[in-house]
Every structure is written in structure tokens, then in C-alpha cells.
Design a protein around this ligand. Structure first.
Ligand code: UDX
Length: 491
């Protein structure tokens, strides 16, 4: 029997459970992996936290996206252990590590034992440490999927060596932040203290979050395999380093483009970007109409992702920097992305309205809610992206061939922004300098005198990214090998 040209599952179809960490960037890339596996006729159960399961059903037509894979795709929810009104953003998102270890872990074990048909493989987020142990106890092979870049993965992996060599903790003041790190092989000569993952900035190297991140990363060497959302033309030397510590690695990225390429091959006439959405917020598409009216490559897109919570004073500095640069811009302000008051823990959705009112040149800028980012980046009017350097945003920007200004906030973003500016030379890094004069200077540079140089390098990397996911590209071959591996796990 066939449906839409695809065979229905049989008793020999392997069953894979995919389990992301409960945050947008993780869900997006792992849902793309789920669809790639369904396209190869593997059966997938996608496990979200109850909280995100509800939001995904509310804001995304995820059921219709997967309706074309009858009997191959299921979604389930599991408790994340946090109260419903917990913000799950900013640094507080780290609370999930503790709550999931105590509440989700035992439920996860029950699920692995009771799910039907029985599982052949678990693909779990490599940022979570417990799925490897739990699945190991019940005899199911675990493949790790890491949603961060190889460079940050490798940096976390090396942290014990940094501590042993006395390169961590960071002891002094501002000048100490520019000290070069020597114990991350492959990144000598450009990785500074300031470019280490943000958790390394504290003096407490035994902080449970840093310890948890390092031990989860090291655990990947015990997983059956490690999937990474990257490609060798981007992170080749670092992948070589990781390869010598992990059994098997499968770089299959940029995964969103990988999926887009495969879907396009199947249905050349269908525009896939909006149908492959996985947004946890309602998308505001009105900015696309505004972009249609702007000259080519004239707009700077500004967005700090799904978790960042910013201080109001940073917003004000960025705002004045943008206005003073006299460039057109589209600024996305997610609900709850601004700290209400200095020193306060609560967040607010409000962009300081008075800023917009004070400024007369409204036709030059738009402040918007959550947008369909890939469509914005692909729009011909966008000439640059002021980004927090989240890994998904970085890859989406690379594929779109758009140069970046990096203003990282936390976690892996400090590492990503350094590689973007110093290694790949696809943008300008303004980390730790959120001042209006700096913003004005880098925006003027990116949209002006350095536009051609950065733009042509970005176009070249976009081409390499597309090639890696095209027929017989490295990511394409790795995906085929991964699927063969999963088929061989059929019990
Ligand atoms: C964070 C980390 O920084 C990231 O590197 C890690 O891999 C996952 O956790 P986040 O801050 O959400 O993720 O950033 P990012 O990885 O860039 O993911 C954001 C996703 O949301 C992107 O796919 C982006 O396209 C999407 N997005 C964002 C929208 O669709 N609309 C928006 O308005 C903003």
C-alpha cells in the first residue's frame, strides 16, 4: 500500500524516538531531522515537554506538515518539572536541567518501556545527560544530536583541560578577557577568554550548570554516534578534533537547508519555507509586505532569538546606534524579551514605545513580533543581520548569504560570534560592547564600506553550504550512512 507515493510502515520499519531539550532552537533542528527520517520511511516519535507540545500545536500547523507521512510521525508530551508560569527564558532556562533530572527522568524511563511499537533507537539532545543512561539501562542504543556548532561542542569538551592548565577560571578584569586560550586544539591563536561559552565567565568552575554541560558533552563520546548540525567546509578542522574522541560523527547540516533541498526534489513547485515552520510563537508576517517596498539589500534585520532576555538599557543603546547609522532596519521583539526593570527578574513584552514615538522617520524601520525568520533572511531587501549568534540563526544566515553583526548574549553564542568574525570572516563581532557609538560604527561598516567584501564571502559560503546538502554532498552522504546505521539497529 502506498500513500502520496510513500510506502506505509511495516513490521520491519525501525522506530526512533527523538527527544530535544525544550527550547525553540533545539525543537526546530530536531523536528527537521524527524522529517528527514520520515522521508526515508523511518517511524519517528517526537517527544516534547508538555509545555512546548501545546504551543507547537497552537501556533504551528505541525500536524498538516507531517500529515504526508501517515503512520510514520507521532508527537508526545512529557512533564518538564517546572511550574506553568515559569519564564523558561534568559538564564532561568537553565532551571530545566535540574527539574528534568528529577521529574522527567523517571517518566522517560517508563515511556521507553511502554511505547509501542518498541523503540530501536533514541536520538536525544546531547545537551541532556540522562537519556543516555536511562536508555542504556533498558538496552536501547542512543545517538546524540547536538544543536550547537562543532566549535562550541569542542570548546565544552576541552574545559577540563583548560582547568587543568590553569587557563580557567578567568582571574582578572577586562584586560584578562583578551588573553588567548591555548588548550582548545584547532582554535589556538584566536579564541580568547571572552569567546568562551558564557558559563565560563563565573569564578565557580564547579557551578552545576557548567559541570552539567561539560559532562553531557563528554558523554557524547559514549553514545553510539553523534549527529552535528554543521558541514566540513565550515568547521572541518574542529570536526577532525572531535572525530578522534567520538566513535562516529555525522555532520548533516545545515539541516534546515538539507530538508528544504530534499523536499524541493520531491515537490519542485511547492514553496516549503512556511510549511516547514516549527514556531512556538504566533508568526507576524506583516513585515514581509514592508520589506517588499524596500530597495535591495538595504535593510538590517535585528533579532536576538528565542531565549535572550535583554536589559532595557541595552535596547536603548542599540536603538540609538541604529537611528544614528541612518540605515533601514527591521527589529523583532519577542514577547518577554526585555527585563522590566534594572535588577528585576521579571520580563516584559514591551519595547520602549517612547523610542518609536520620538523618531519621525517611521518609513525607515519596523518593530515587529516573532517573524518567519528564514523567509526574512531570504528576502532580497535584507542586507545584514544583527544577531545574538544562536547556532540556528547563524546557519540560516550562512545559507541565505547574508553578512552578520554579532552581539552574543549567553551559552554558545560567544564562541559562534568569534568563529563568524575571525575564522569564516562572515561578519563583525561586537560582543561586550553594547554602546550606541559601537552599534553605529559597525552598522555603518557592514551596510557600507565592508558590504561587498563581506557579502561576496557570505555568498561563497552559502554556495558551499548548499553543495554539502545537495546530491552526494558530504552532509547528504552522512545522512544516508546514519539512516543505514539506524536500519541496522532494528531489533
Ligand atoms: C539557543 C542557542 O543560542 C543556540 O545556539 C542553541 O543551539 C539553541 O539554543 P536560540 O537563542 O533560540 O537558541 O537561537 P537560535 O539557535 O538562533 O534559534 C532560534 C530559532 O528561532 C531559529 O531557527 C530562528 O529562525 C527562529 N526564529 C527566531 C524565528 O523563526 N522567528 C523569530 O522571530 C526569531
Amino acid at each position: 500500500t502506498e500513500s502520496d507515493g510513500r510506502p506505509l510502515p511495516t513490521t520491519t520499519t525501525p522506530h526512533v524516538l527523538i527527544f530535544p531539550f525544550p527550547a525553540q532552537g533545539h525543537i526546530t533542528s530536531m523536528l527537521n531531522l524527524a522529517e528527514l527520517l520520515c522521508l526515508s520511511n523511518l517511524r519517528v516519535t517526537f517527544l516534547n515537554s508538555d509545555y512546548n507540545h501545546r504551543r507547537l500545536l497552537q501556533f504551528t500547523s505541525v500536524q498538516s506538515r507531517f500529515a504526508v507521512y501517515p503512520e510514520l510521525f507521532y508527537m508526545l508530551g512529557i512533564a518538564d518539572g517546572l511550574p506553568i508560569d515559569h519564564p523558561r527564558s534568559g538564564e532561568q532556562i537553565l532551571d530545566l536541567f535540574e527539574s528534568m533530572r528529577s521529574v522527567t527522568k523517571p517518566l522517560f524511563k517508563d515511556l521507553l518501556l511502554s511505547i509501542r511499537p518498541p523503540l530501536d533507537c533514541v536520538i536525544s539532545d546531547g545537551g541532556l545527560d540522562f537519556p543516555l543512561d536511562v536508555a542504556g539501562e533498558v538496552g536501547i542504543p542512543v545517538v546524540h544530536f547536538r544543536t550547537i556548532g562543532a566549535s562550541c561542542f569542542w570548546t565544552y569538551f576541552c574545559i577540563p583541560d583548560l582547568i587543568e592548565a590553569g587557563e580557567l577560571p578567568i582571574q582578572g578584569g577586562e584586560e584578562e578577557m583578551d588573553r588567548l586560550i591555548t588548550k582548545v586544539p584547532g582554535a589556538e591563536g584566536f579564541l580568547r577568554c571572552r569567546d568562551l561559552p558564557s558559563l565560563c565567565r563565573g569564578r565557580d568552575l564547579y557551578h552545576p550548570y557548567l559541570q552539567g554541560m561539560v559532562s553531557a558533552t563528554r558523554l557524547s563520546s559514549k553514545a553510539y554516534a553523534l549527529i552535528l548540525n554543521t558541514f566540513p567546509d565550515l568547521e572541518g578542522p574542529i570536526l577532525t578534533q572531535i572525530n578522534s574522541h567520538c566513535h562516529k560523527i555525522y555532520p548533516i547540516g545545515p539541516i534546515h537547508e538539507h530538508l528544504r533541498t530534499k523536499l524541493k526534489k520531491l515537490k519542485p513547485t511547492q514553496e516549503s519555507s512556511s510549511s516547514s515552520s516549527s514556531s512556538l510563537w504566533e508568526e507576524d508576517r506583516t513585515c514581509l509586505g514592508w520589506l517588499n517596498g524596500q530597495p535591495p539589500k538595504s535593510v538590517l534585520y535585528v533579532n536576538f532569538g528565542s531565549i535572550t532576555v535583554m536589559k532595557a538599557e541595552d535596547i536603548i543603546e542599540i536603538w540609538h546606534g541604529l537611528i544614528n547609522s541612518k540605515q533601514r532596519f527591521l527589529w523583532v521583539m519577542r514577547q518577554g524579551s526585555v527585563v522590566a526593570e534594572l535588577g528585576s527578574n521579571s520580563s516584559t513584552s514591551t519595547f520602549p514605545e517612547e523610542l518609536v514615538k520620538e523618531y519621525p522617520g517611521e518609513e525607515h524601520m519596523v518593530v515587529s513580533g516573532w517573524v518567519p525568520q528564514k523567509e526574512v533572511l531570504d528576502h532580497g531587501a535584507v542586507g545584514g543581520f544583527l544577531t545574538h549568534s544562536g547556532w540556528n540563526s547563524t546557519l540560516e544566515t550562512i545559507v541565505a548569504g547574508v553578512p552578520m553583526i554579532c552581539l552574543p548574549y549567553f551559552a554558545d553564542q560567544q564562541v559562534n560570534s568569534r568563529f563568524t568574525s575571525e575564522v569564516w570572516k562572515l561578519g563583525l563581532d561586537m560582543k561586550d560592547a553594547c554602546e550606541r557609538k559601537v552599534v553605529e560604527k559597525v552598522v555603518t561598516e557592514l551596510m557600507g564600506e565592508r558590504r561587498e567584501e563581506l557579502g561576496s564571502r557570505a555568498a561563497r559560503m552559502a554556495e558551499l553550504a548548499r553543495r554539502s546538502v545537495g546530491l552526494d554532498g558530504s552532509s547528504d552522504r552522512n545522512l544516508e550512512a546514519l539512516i543505514e546505521d539506524i536500519r541496522s539497529m532494528r531489533r
